[in-house]
Write a protein of this length. Structure first.
Length: 103
């Protein structure tokens, strides 16, 4: 399980042992997160306008996507997980091609 906080913390928990596995950090508050089905990849978006991809097994930042000049309001992952679509307070929508080291 994963929880994002407005202080920018991403907490990744092991539900089997009910313990905190990793704590990761955005520079700004996390406003939304998504755990990609069937993987150990957690996507977060934040008030700093950045989408980040995390490896939930290690807590390592896999990559980030930048391009907005304001907070991200919403984001979605394409069905095949190859694209991330974002909307922002900068009145723009962006499409990012997902490139991960594990693909």
């Amino acid at each position: 399980a994963a929880v994002g906080y407005l202080d920018g913390t991403l907490a990744i928990y092991d539900l089997a042992t009910q313990t905190l596995r990793h704590q990761c950090q955005h520079q700004s508050g996390i406003v939304q997160l998504l755990w990609e089905a069937g993987t150990a990849v957690v996507y977060t978006c934040s008030l700093d306008g950045i989408v980040r991809l995390w490896d939930a097994r290690t807590g390592r930042l896999l990559t980030d996507y930048r391009g907005h000049t304001a907070e991200i309001l919403d984001f979605a992952l394409s069905k095949d997980a190859s694209l991330v679509v974002t909307t922002s307070g900068d009145h723009k929508a962006k499409v990012f091609c997902v490139q991960r080291p594990d693909r």
